[in-house]
Design a protein around this ligand. Structure first.
Ligand code: ADP
Ligand code: RBF
Ligand code: MG
Length: 197
């Protein structure tokens, strides 16, 4: 019986851990069709919120958290999981930016859409890691995200190392998927050419 079969030979559901390991063993290097299909692109926008503050930085992967009110389109269209697309960070109207001009460009991103255990899984959280070295944190800035595809389901992790390893693969899968001609959305009108404005 293949390792990915959800049930054990005795008919009992296969423990998640084994499924996670078998999933992790052979991950595809590209995710999604040659050009985005509905419901993509999904457009999200919101002011970057504080999360638990420690979470992702010590995974070596800081994630900018979107406010709950920016998620209805995402929650209505897709299931929890890991996604990829592009994101842009902009100062609020009239806000002076502390960042460099290139920090306001459109960059590739990976996004985790998950149940928030803090709210007993009654609320979803969306957190975005932008694949760019920012000159400073950008809490309170406006973030626009254009989601283009789904990479994988949220997995239950027993070890931090396994999660870090999978996030590194997520980033590679996102970049390999975004470089395809059908995914050129960096100059989509949803984004603003802030550094020229
Ligand atoms: P929190 O739990 O408050 O979200 P994190 O450890 O996830 O804290 O760090 C996320 C914060 O780090 C973001 O809100 C942003 O201000 C900053 N940051 C710096 N570089 C990045 C990046 N490349 N992608 C996302 N956030 C980044
Ligand atoms: N958390 C999980 O529990 N399971 C996951 O599969 C998972 N995948 C993630 C993938 C990416 C690309 C990112 C940025 C985060 C992921 N997370 C996952 C969320 C991670 O646990 C969270 O960022 C930290 O715990 C801080 O809240
Ligand atoms: Mg975060």
């Amino acid at each position: 019986m293949p390792a990915t079969h959800p049930h054990l030979p005795n008919g009992l559901p296969r423990p998640v851990q084994i499924q996670t390991q078998s999933f992790r063993a052979n991950r595809p290097s590209i995710a999604g069709p040659d050009t985005p299909e509905p419901p993509y692109p999904i457009l999200l926008e919101g002011v970057v919120q504080h999360g638990f503050g420690r979470g992702s930085k010590d995974l070596g992967c800081p994630t900018a958290n979107l406010p709950d009110e920016s998620l209805p389109d995402m929650v209505a269209a897709v299931k929890p999981g890991v996604y990829y697309g592009y994101a842009q960070v902009l100062p609020l109207e009239g806000q002076k930016s502390r960042l460099r001009p290139e920090d306001h460009q459109v960059w590739p991103m990976v996004m985790s859409l998950g149940w928030n255990p803090f709210y007993k899984n009654e609320r979803m959280t969306a957190e975005i890691h932008i694949m760019h070295e920012f000159s400073d944190d950008f809490y309170g800035y406006n973030m626009r995200a254009l989601v283009l595809g789904y990479i994988r389901p949220e997995l239950d992790y027993t070890s931090r190392e396994a999660l870090i390893e999978d996030i590194e693969i997520d980033k590679k899968v996102a970049l390999a998927s975004l470089v395809r001609p059908g995914y050129k959305y960096t100059s989509d009108p949803f984004f603003s050419n802030h550094d020229k404005a």
